[in-house]
Structures are given as C-alpha cells and as structure tokens.
Write a protein that binds this ligand. Structure first.
Ligand SMILES: Cc1ncc(COP(=O)(O)O)c(C=O)c1O
Length: 395
C-alpha cells in the first residue's frame, strides 16, 4: 500500500508518524555517533553521554521531577512496569489494581500470585470505565504493599482520579504505581502535584519517541524498597561485582538503546516546544469530532466516556452486525484505515464492559498528527459500512 493511502489510527499501540526531528536524531546517532554511553572517553562516547543526559533531563522536566537521576530508562512500558512491580512486591504481599489495567500490570501480578503467594484485589469500574477512589480505599488491607493504577485506559480512554487515589494510598503503608502509558505526552502530568511513588510510561506512544524506549520515575526514598530486576554492567564501580546502589545505574544494566534515546530526546524537545496543554487541547478537539460523528451512526456503540470530559482520544466502538476484527479488516482493505481490533491486552476491562463475548472492540486512536479531515473520513467510512449491514437486514 502506498504510504499516502495509510490512515494510521493505532497511536495507542505506538505513535506514528514521529516528528521529523526524531527521525533525524536516530539517523544522526546511527551514522555519526554509534558509540556507547557511560563507558569510554572518546569524542563520540561523550556525545552519547550527552544524549542520555539530555533525554533524562528532558523527561524529568516534562513531569516536574527536580532530580533527573530519578528517571530510569527501560525498553517499553511492559519493561518498566515489571521493574516497578517485581521490584517492590514480596512473597505474601497484597496488591491492589483495577479492572482497567493492562496485561503489563495484570500478568506480572498473576505470576506473583502463582509463584509468591501474592494476593491481588481488582477494583471494579463503572460502565464508562471509571474507577471510584472509595473502592480503592475499600480494597486496601494492612499488608497491601502496592497500589497499581492505570492512569488512562487503552480501551476506553477514561482518565482515573489519580490525585485522589494518591491521597488515599498515602494514608496507608502501600506504594503507589501509576501506569501512564496512555497519558504521558497526552495530558499534563506533574509529579509534584500528586502523591506518586513510581510512574511508568513507554517513550514510543504519547511521548512520540522511537520504539524500544520507556521511562520510570522513582520518588526519592523508594529506591530503598525497589530491588533491581536486572543486574549487570553499568560502566560504574567496575571494581566490584555488586550492583551499584546509585540511581539511575541501580536499574540500568547493560548498554542503553542509544538510537532510541537520541530520538526520545528530540521527541521530548518537540513536546516542550508544542506544550502538553496545547497537545491535549488538540486531542480533545479530535476526540470531540470523532464522538460527534459516531453519535450520528445508530448502529455504533461507544464503550467509554461519551463526552470529552476526563478522557483521552482513545475511542473504542462496536458496530452492530460486525465482528471487530472483520470491521478492522474492511476499514483497512477498502479505505486504508488502520485501527486495532480485539481485547487490547486488557481482558478485565472487556469483562467489565461486557465486550468479551463480542470479540472486544474496534479501537480508534488518533495521534498528534491526525487531522480533522482524517477523522471525517473515518466517520464517512463507518457510515457507509454501517449502512451496508442495515441494507442487508431489510427483508
Ligand atoms: C495502559 C498500558 N500499559 C502498558 C502498556 C505496555 O506498553 P508497551 O507496549 O510499551 O510495552 C500499554 C501498551 O499498549 C498500555 O496501553
């Protein structure tokens, strides 16, 4: 397919396209630098050091973290969530999470349930995908070690009240992990404004960086509770075979994804220049156009918040008469519209929405570069697709 026929609406999986500066930075690293960071003293190695430093300070600034060493890099959202979850949960602990959470949270917890006698409570959501902070409070137990909450759902787009939940968690002895995979880069996040111990996000979604990048913010002091998932060479304290205690090295063993971090640095600069507030406003307008258009099609059901309030631009739908996979195939083959269909790695979310039996939903996830014309094209296509089914139904 010609790229100009590609209408990419799978930005919740990974954002595309990226800002030109991201491509340029990756290309420049690969062609002109090509050296590891933190290990050698020659010119290109020092350039690599600067790439990592700039990526770290750029992300720190974006989320209001005063100390960039509190930002640890990983390889995807799943990786940094595993670093957080497996690093703090011990045998016999209790963990609270929500039905809205992604398998990147649910599966490590399931594994801990099966191997480490860990118990897990799953806080329910309402019909639009919102969790009540009171239900989080009710789920806490004396041995709750961790509360892991999805900030914005990759199925419904619903944004949870993470500040209020943070206040509740702070009254207990538990640590608070926020999965910001679908929110960082989309909505303003300032870790100074709410109680959070660990905040995890990929660099390749809303942050607009390359695949193979992710960030974990660690609140001061939490490193005493957080065991490293991986140990190995850090380029520091090479005289000892013990993992360093210093941040970020404690959690960053092995060579970095330098091309990815070069791209992430450029992406974060792009986000700073545009401002997250403006990006959020743009996404909200796109979402409004999409929701307004979907409302005109009788056979479409939106699974998630019906208005732009407290939601991101991720919109999940079902269309009467269509299996979501079939619908995705029709949209792509006839019109080049690329969406994801199915359960989106969030099985409990679909159980809660009642969409498991229908094969999940079709997820439309616009990105920063999506245009209003593209949204209109999707609506027009869905109108014609829906009318085919209703015509076939006429006796
Ligand atoms: C809410 C949520 N958490 C975690 C992840 C995992 O991120 P990654 O694909 O970078 O591993 C995703 C990915 O879609 C997600 O939507």
């Amino acid at each position: 397919m010609k790229s100009n026929h590609r209408l990419y609406l799978d930005n919740a999986a990974t954002s595309w396209p990226k800002p030109d500066a991201v491509y340029d930075a990756v290309d420049r690293y690969q062609r002109e630098i090509g050296a590891p960071n933190g290990r050698s003293g020659y010119r290109e190695a020092l350039q690599s050091n600067r790439i990592v430093e700039r990526a770290r300070s750029g992300v720190a600034e974006l989320i209001g973290a005063q100390d960039p060493s509190r930002i640890v890099f990983g390889f995807n959202g799943t990786d940094v969530l595993n670093i957080a979850i497996r690093g703090v949960v011990r045998p016999g602990d209790h963990v609270v999470t929500t039905v809205c959470d992604h398998n990147s949270v649910l599966r490590p917890l399931r594994a801990l349930r099966e191997t480490a006698d860990v118990s897990v409570s799953y806080v329910p959501s309402d019909g639009h995908g919102f969790v009540s902070p009171d239900d989080v409070r009710a789920a806490l137990r004396p041995n709750t070690r961790l509360v892991a909450v999805n900030h914005a759902s990759n199925v419904t787009g619903a944004i949870q009240l993470i500040e209020e939940i943070g206040r509740i968690v702070r009254e207990s002895d538990a640590l608070y992990l926020v999965d910001a995979a679908q929110s960082l880069g989309h909505v303003p996040i300032d870790i100074r404004e709410f109680e959070v111990d660990l905040l995890a996000a990929p660099g390749h979604k809303g942050l607009l960086g390359p695949l193979g990048t992710a960030v974990l913010y660690i609140r001061p002091g939490v490193e005493r509770e957080l065991q490293p998932l991986r140990c190995g060479g850090t380029g520091t304290q090479s005289e000892v075979d013990r993992q360093p205690d210093e941040l970020p090295e404690k959690y960053e063993s092995g060579n970095h994804n330098l091309p990815g971090l070069a791209g992430l640095t450029a992406a974060v600069t792009f986000l700073h220049d545009k401002s997250i507030d403006a990006i959020h406003a743009h996404h909200t307008q796109l979402t409004k156009r999409l929701l307004d258009g979907l409302r005109t099609i009788a056979s479409v059901t939106v699974h998630g918040p019906p208005t732009t309030a407290n939601r991101t631009s991720v919109v999940s739908i079902t269309v009467e008469g269509y299996d979501p996979q079939e619908l995705a195939a029709v949209l792509e083959s006839a019109h080049g519209i690329q969406c994801r269909a199915g359960l989106h790695c969030a099985p409990r979310m679909h159980e809660s929405l009642g969409t498991t039996a229908t094969g999940g939903t079709l997820r439309i996830s616009p990105g920063y570069f999506t245009t209003f014309q593209q949204i209109d094209a999707v609506i027009a296509t869905l109108q014609s697709v829906a009318s085919v089914v209703s015509t076939l139904r006429v006796p």
